[in-house]
Design a protein around this ligand. Structure first.
Ligand code: NPQ
Ligand code: MG
Length: 369
């Protein structure tokens, strides 16, 4: 597979409603979209870096820089093997997993189109539909929170994740649990707590949650293992797990009993698949996280979540959860039973809508120019 040309775009899409987490409140979602050309085929990729380094240190600007100046020159004109071999080609470069993963996604799309196989089948997926849930941001009031959760439950979501932060936790989650006694419920702190906050965890531990996601700092497996030892509720790691080694070590020291897998965070689908295998061998359930993806990244998430070890519902909501208009078709909708169907056409199995993509593009550049 020889890459003849790459087009890079900075895209900004308005969110249907603001999304607030422990690291901030967003009304628009930025990302980078890559279009690769290889022997008359095009491959699409999404780099899930955001405008600000809130979820992780990368931003659309750092990803643009690293792709334009280092990663793209390393692949342009070269004869590439399988998409998973990108790692060896990018070996001279450190870090920037979101930028890596965006490029790798486009290679997987190309590979699927070349082979006439869906991304799910290339990765070893086994499910036609995957169970999904919805991630609910921090709301302006208790009333708004209960109404928002109720609306998603009425829409058919059967697993709800609540974002929490210090001061907006026990009362909020307790009220949702009281109102929806049997709803599969989980929380995500995005690293906002320390072990000093033990009383919060002790209270939350009584609320029959599916899991508590990333309560402590991302570089702190040790305190996560101390916390997990004191909790009945499963700790799930997100930001802390950047590679299969992190996954293995976190499991070995009891830092978590569940892992959230995001291809972006771990540098691509190949590493995601390896983490899935590591967890499966050890009986650790995994689920597919979300980064407010466009239809391109959402299609990739659905393919990944079709692998057999993804036994918990993913943060892969319907397109309409986030966007009025998307840059790819068809839109993803919720099936009865809180599932979304995995694309079956070759590659990612979606079509990018050029007019929509142009309208949301703030900047574009072709390589080689
Ligand atoms: C998480 N995702 O699991 C992330 C957090 C996240 C669906 O909860 C812009 C605005 C980009 C908010 C990327 C979900 C974001 C964002 C990630 C939130 O931790
Ligand atoms: Mg998370």
């Amino acid at each position: 597979m020889r890459i003849n040309r790459v087009e890079l775009r900075h895209v900004r899409m308005p969110l249907l409603s603001p999304f607030e987490t422990s690291f901030g409140r967003e009304t628009e979602r930025d990302c980078l979209i890559l279009r690769l050309e290889s022997d008359g085929l095009e491959g699409w990729g999404e780099c899930v870096a955001d405008r600000s380094p809130g979820y992780c240190y990368e931003t659309v600007e750092t990803a643009w820089h690293v792709l334009a100046d280092f990663f793209l020159p390393a692949v342009l004109g070269a004869d590439l093997g399988a998409p998973g071999d990108l790692a060896s080609r990018l070996k001279p470069f450190r870090g920037h997993p979101l930028a890596r993963a965006g490029l790798e996604m486009a290679l997987w799309d190309l590979e699927g189109k070349r082979a006439g196989k869906s991304l799910a089948s290339l990765l070893g997926g086994e499910r036609e539909r995957v169970p999904v849930g919805v991630s609910v941001g921090i709301q302006p009031s208790m009333d708004a929170l209960l109404r928002t959760v109720e609306a998603y439950v009425e829409e058919g979501y059967r697993r709800v994740k609540l974002k929490i932060k210090p001061g907006r936790d026990v009362q909020e989650v307790g009220a949702v649990r009281e109102r929806f006694p049997d709803l599969p419920l989980q929380v995500d702190a995005n690293s906002a707590y320390t072990l000093e906050d033990w009383p919060v965890f002790e209270a939350i531990d009584d609320l029959r949650l599916l899991l508590i996601e990333q309560p402590l700092q991302e570089d702190d497996l040790i305190d996560h293992s101390r916390l997990q030892a004191r909790l009945r509720t499963d700790v799930c790691l997100d930001e802390s797990i950047l590679s299969r080694r992190h996954a293995r070590q976190a499991i070995e020291i009891g830092a978590c009993r569940v892992i959230n897998i995001k291809a972006g965070r771990v540098g691509g689908l190949e590493e995601a698949r390896l983490i899935h295998a590591t967890c499966r061998e050890r009986g650790i359930p995994v689920w597919c996280g979300g980064m407010l993806e466009t239809g391109i990244g959402r299609a990739s998430n659905l393919a990944l979540a079709s692998l057999p070890g993804f036994t918990l519902p993913g943060d892969i909501s319907a397109t309409g959860r986030y966007y009025r208009e998307d840059i790819a078709e068809p839109r993803f909708t919720l099936n009865p039973g809180s599932t979304i169907s995995v694309p079956t056409r070759p590659g990612l199995g979606i079509d990018v809508v050029p007019e929509a993509l142009d309208r949301f593009s703030l900047r574009r550049e072709s390589f080689p120019s």
